[in-house]
Design a protein around this ligand. Structure first.
Ligand code: NAI
Length: 708
């Protein structure tokens, strides 16, 4: 049975435990089971009420996105889809109007459709566990909550509180969810059912606030003073945040604005219409494919060589306790692994652990982590300067300075003591793996494990196969990445690998525009409007201009002095070489950071005089996106990438490539290879060979083939 019903103290306990699924999902089975349980509650005259809880680790994780995505892929039968949603909404309405109190007892995360069911209950209690997530994240996939969430949440907590949650799709921990009114109680896990029973037995009302006489939206409706101010401001705010690119934001605002002026049944019809519109549009399809399906299949090891037994690291060595090393050590410790964190001297290694302690202290202060958990995590990390402490490690991640000689040295010293079969991953961001593997006695166990900064927030790990890397090492690395809860893509060795190589073209385009005399402010606005998370000049400041300069010098040395002419190099020669502006860290780069408020450096115009005629912003947006898409296609052609999915997942998770496009290759599919190639050919004639379409695309244009 999907929902098991039992009776305790005159109260029905509904335990939701989907068959053959690891988590509860709001699918046809679940809804039918809920319907039967509800009928049983009504029929049982003695029952005082019901408690909905789950037999899984999670309460319920939302709609069946796989089914939704399948629908989005094919032709959507709008009438059938709308009818299906209407049935769900009617069921939820029957729950809240059944006349007996129904409590959601959330023993695990309740997100999306799972939380929408909880919203239709009369009372919500969550277990006191910081791992729990509660919220409506649908906007992350270009959708809005389609089972009443856009209507019940603002009716429960008011427009001003509900709007940011709906628009950003942020999930909350129980303590925050309680503070914001999304739930009514947080109790120790063991008391969940007794607290729910108590609420019912003590006369908990079987009526939603919005069904009570004289109900008003908390803080006032859309036409109240606060509501009017909010909707005027919100529209402008969304536009500033590239709303035009994300129709879900606008649709969410419409659903709230229109819906909150109607009775619930009619309001949810407005929501359904907007939901179906989004699902029929291209943005949700692309976002679902990359950010849901693509990410899931990457996490499950889509590129893992079969027939290699699973790998379970027992002890992990991390070399270098700097920014990246301490972050990687933390991710391992969080996953319950023992970590040896090694640096040049004990003090440096300890500083790495201290940095982590500070971070965790903040989590504890905010109530997001229990103090004991912090202590357990820190206890798993052993700082040291002594290589012999690595004895017995079965996996090593190297994150020392980006210097070939230092990396070679620590590789040799670590290999001398670790387990003979140990996997050795380098976190280098720029040095080719096959070259670094020359320092290794076991190049078949050597590969790249490219983490992103800040490690605790960035989900992606780019796994780079060197020429000699074995299937065993690759499979073990993917098992490790999964174990620490990150998402891997697999690429073959190439300068800049995949992510840095493609991402670099965005920065290069910013430099090219500067050299053409495009005003810096226009460049930056176009970058923002293209949907990239940061405009190119600001991003270069963040990366560090001095660092970029230095990487270039290293590359020049590697390639024997000759380096093709590159706009970034020419710009850096001026900005770093002549002006001594090195980036954000030193307070001056393309921007001035001294005054706290950053300002584009006024002196740029003396060195990059603005042209009399400035291009249209659309032309710049096209260049920013196309130049990256082209480089991603070249990576496919050269076999740096093995799958289109990895290109798109890596781009969106790795450097935030305009998520509404679904990634660079999705973008090409959307535009159509033929049109894309024609545009790039024109751009190449105007701006140079970096826009020349690779043969792969020319072929696709001729044959009508697509990446997906
Ligand atoms: P960092 O400078 O913060 O840390 C490097 C650490 O290595 C320092 O604590 C240093 O004392 C230690 N170290 C240097 N020589 C050593 C030796 N011989 N033995 C033991 N420890 C030694 O540098 P960060 O940013 O953590 O970078 C580390 C590596 O990660 C580099 O290869 C970098 O290219 C790469 N990387 C950096 C990213 C970033 O955003 N910072 C992103 C992805 C990769």
């Amino acid at each position: 049975m999907t929902i098991d019903v039992r009776n305790e103290d005159g109260i029905q306990i509904w335990t939701w435990n989907a068959k053959d699924r690891s988590t509860n999902v709001v699918d046809g089975d679940a809804l039918a089971a809920l319907d039967r349980a509800l009928a049983g509650l009504k029929a049982d005259g003695a029952a005082r009420g019901a408690i909905l809880t789950s037999g899984k680790d999670t309460f319920a994780v939302g709609g069946d996105l796989r089914r939704i995505e399948a629908m989005a892929r094919g032709e959507i039968d709008v009438a059938a889809l709308s009818a299906g949603i209407t049935d769900v909404l009617a069921l939820l309405r029957r729950i809240e109007t059944c006349g007996k109190p129904v409590v959601a007892a959330m023993n695990g995360s309740a997100v999306g459709g799972g939380y929408e069911i909880a919203l239709a209950c009369h009372h919500r209690i969550a277990a006191d566990d910081a791992r729990l997530q509660i919220g409506l994240p649908e906007t992350q996939w270009g959708l809005l909550p389609g089972a009443g969430g856009t209507q019940r949440l603002p009716r429960l907590i008011g427009i001003l509180r509900a709007a940011p949650l709906l628009l950003e799709g942020k999930n909350l921990r129980p303590a925050e969810a309680l503070a914001q009114g999304l739930i009514d109680q947080v109790v120790p896990r063991a008391d969940l059912l007794s607290a729910a029973k108590r609420w019912i037995l003590e006369g908990g009302k079987a009526m939603q606030p919005w069904d009570q006489k004289g109900y008003e939206v908390p803080g006032g409706g859309p036409e109240g003073k606060a509501g009017r101010m909010f909707f005027t401001g919100a529209n402008a705010m969304l536009r500033a945040k590239s709303a035009a690119l994300y129709p879900a934001g606008r649709a969410t605002l419409s659903a709230m604005y229109e819906g909150l002026q109607l009775p619930l049944e009619r309001a949810t019809r407005v929501e359904t219409r907007l939901f179906v519109e989004l699902l029929c549009g291209p943005v949700a399809r692309r976002m679902l494919r990359t950010l849901f399906l693509g990410v899931q299949s990457a996490q499950k090891g889509a590129r893992r060589p079969k027939d290699v037994p699973p790998f379970e690291p027992s002890k992990v060595g991390v070399l270098g306790a700097g920014l990246m090393g301490s972050g990687i050590a933390a991710a391992c410790a969080q996953a319950g692994l023992e970590v040896v964190l090694l640096d040049r001297d004990l003090a440096a290694a300890e500083r790495g652990r201290e940095a982590l302690r500070k971070q965790l202290d903040r989590q504890v202060e905010k109530g997001r982590m229990a103090a004991e958990k912090r202590d357990r995590m820190l206890a798993r990390i052993t700082p040291t300067a002594d290589f012999t402490a690595l004895a017995g490690a079965t996996l090593v991640v190297e994150a020392v300075f980006e210097d070939r000689a230092i990396k070679a040295d620590v590789t040799r010293r670590a290999e001398a003591v670790v387990d003979p079969g140990a996997i050795f991953g380098t976190n280098t961001s720029t040095l080719p793996i096959t070259g670094l593997a020359e320092a290794s006695r076991r190049p078949e166990s050597f590969l790249g494990m490219h983490f992103f900064s800040p490690v605790e927030r960035m989900q992606l790990v780019e796994v780079i196969r060197g020429r000699q890397t074995s299937d065993r090492a690759l499979a073990a690395t993917l098992d490790f990445v999964r174990r620490i809860g990150k998402t891997p893509i697999v690429v073959n060795d190439s300068r800049g690998f995949y992510t840095s190589r493609v991402f670099g073209t965005y920065l290069t385009e910013g430099s090219a525009l500067l050299l053409e005399g495009v005003r810096p402010a226009l460049i930056e606005n176009a970058g923002r409007m293209s949907g990239m998370p940061m405009p190119p000049l600001q991003l270069a400041d963040e990366v560090g201009l001095a660092l970029m300069h230095q990487v270039r010098e290293q590359t020049k040395k590697d390639l024997g002095g000759a380096l093709p002419d590159n706009p970034t190099a020419r710009v850096l020669d001026v900005v770093v070489g002549q002006l001594g502006r090195t980036g954000k860290r030193d307070g001056k780069g393309f921007y001035d950071y001294q005054s706290g408020d950053k300002q584009l450096f006024a002196g740029l115009s003396a060195h990059f005089p603005p042209a009399a005629e400035q291009p249209a912003v659309e032309a710049l947006i096209e260049r920013f996106l196309y130049v990256q898409a082209l480089e991603a296609a070249r990576c496919m052609e050269e076999g740096v990438l093995l799958a289109a999915e990895d290109a798109d997942v890596g781009a969106v998770l790795g450097w935030g490539f305009a998520p509404y496009t679904g990634g660079p290759l999705s973008l090409i599919d959307t535009v159509g290879a033929a049109r894309f190639v024609a545009r790039c050919t024109a751009l190449a004639a105007q701006h140079g060979p970096r826009f020349a379409p690779p043969a792969l695309l020319v072929e696709m244009a001729a044959s009508g083939k697509r990446f997906y």
